[in-house]
Design a protein around this ligand. Structure first.
Ligand SMILES: C[S@@+](CC[C@H](N)C(=O)[O-])C[C@H]1O[C@@H](n2cnc3c(N)ncnc32)[C@H](O)[C@@H]1O
Length: 372
């Protein structure tokens, strides 16, 4: 899609997937970071905020974020100051967004503050980070959404500075079709060097199709890790069979990767980490609560089958990490219990008091996979 010129544009079906995942993640993020005096201030940055709405009246990402807080069941227990920082470089879109913010402000709790900044993401973030550096302070724990048209203006150098705070996370998307095209266009060399924080993406020119996609996705994931993310979860938004957006979430914590995977599973319950806008059976399938978890059984056997005894705690940490696409509530009853029933798992009875339970200190031994 070429970047639209009008202030508002039509929301694509796949954009809804991006917003739904954001909504589910923020629903967990606000209380985890904002409750119990853990942090004095928390920050949601929408670096390419848009006008706050789409042509059909659907909410834009800044409104999605404000609405999650305004309607949160734990709102009164979130005692950190919650700052929304929306950056948008188009004056008309920034103006439209300000109107939305004015309408939402009265619904937000008194400890929430909203700022709309007209300007570019990289320069605005650099200004904020430079000011903080001068004062010898660090950026507050933040979720930073980076959602441009195309690939320009989202330098890895800025992400590296954000990720210097261990409690900061990024939710970055790029449009796959633009990226695929720009790889061969000389004028995009600079923006792509900035995006990846490296010139290694140029190797993709020799590759086609799926190989090119896997190479560039793998490179972006590695570069995010080099910039400080310890866990990188990524998923895809499709329109029909066409990959539209690749979304990457970077965090230092397995709790973050686990919560993000839970958010993705809610929106994409097929276990393929892909949201397919317009899929006919979407609404029916969204009700699914019994996904096929046999691939996780197999992954646990492959990972632990030759390792001897391990604790449930270690297994949960492995599942929460970016090494799997699963999350921790999919482990005990849905996977460990049937594995034990089928003789694929032994449990040290001295480490639990009740059969078919798996407390965190419980010791397990996985049988190697039959063919391995
Ligand atoms: C894909 S749209 C964002 C949509 C919005 N995040 C949402 O989900 O509703 C990208 C927005 O970024 C703005 N933009 C483009 N370049 C920018 C830059 N360098 N810094 C900040 N905003 C920019 C565009 O005007 C556009 O409104």
């Amino acid at each position: 899609m070429a970047a639209p010129k009008a202030t508002l544009w039509t929301r694509d079906a796949h954009t809804e997937g991006k917003h739904l995942v954001l909504e589910h993640y923020l629903n967990a993020w606000f209380p985890i970071l904002g409750m119990g005096n853990r942090n004095g201030r928390i920050l949601f940055v929408d670096g390419f905020a848009g006008p706050g709405e789409y042509e059909g009246g659907e909410p834009g990402s800044p409104v999605v974020a404000m609405r999650v807080l305004a309607e949160h069941s734990a709102k009164s227990m979130i005692n950190a100051e919650v700052v929304f920082f929306f950056i948008e470089n188009d004056p008309r879109r920034a103006g439209n967004l300000r109107d939305h913010v004015d309408r939402w402000r009265p619904k937000l709790p008194a400890n929430a503050n909203v700022h709309v900044r007209e300007g570019s993401f990289d320069v605005s973030m650099k200004d904020v980070l430079d000011d903080l550096d001068e004062q010898g302070r660090r950026i507050a724990p933040a979720l930073v959404m980076i959602d441009p048209f195309g690939v320009k203006g989202m330098p890895m150098a800025v992400i590296r500075r954000i990720m210097a705070n261990p409690k900061c996370e990024v939710y970055a998307s790029f449009m796959w079709e633009s990226m695929n095209r720009f790889v061969s266009e000389p004028e995009f060399e600079g923006p792509l060097n900035e995006l990846f924080g490296s010139a290694s993406w140029q190797e993709a020119r020799r590759l086609d199709g799926g190989e090119r996609k896997d190479f560039l996705h793998g490179l972006y994931q590695r570069q995010l890790k080099d910039a400080g993310a310890k866990q990188v979860v990524h998923f895809h938004l499709f329109a029909g069979n066409r990959l539209k957006y690749s979304i990457f979430f970077g965090t230092r914590h397995t709790k973050g990767s686990d919560r993000m995977k839970k958010a993705i599973w809610k929106v994409a319950p097929w276990g393929d980490f892909a949201f397919r806008g317009g899929r006919q059976d979407q609404l029916v399938l969204l009700g699914l609560d019994t996904p096929d978890l046999r691939p996780l059984q197999r992954q646990l056997q492959d990972h632990y089958g030759s390792q001897g005894w391990v604790t449930v705690h270690d297994v949960l940490e492995f599942v929460r990490s970016d090494e799997t696409i699963y999350h921790d509530t999919q482990v005990k009853k849905p996977v460990l219990k049937p594995m034990e029933q089928n003789g694929l798992l032994r449990v040290d009875e001295n480490t639990r008091t009740r059969k078919w339970t798996y407390p965190n200190g419980c010791q397990l031994r996985f049988e190697p996979h039959a063919t391995s």
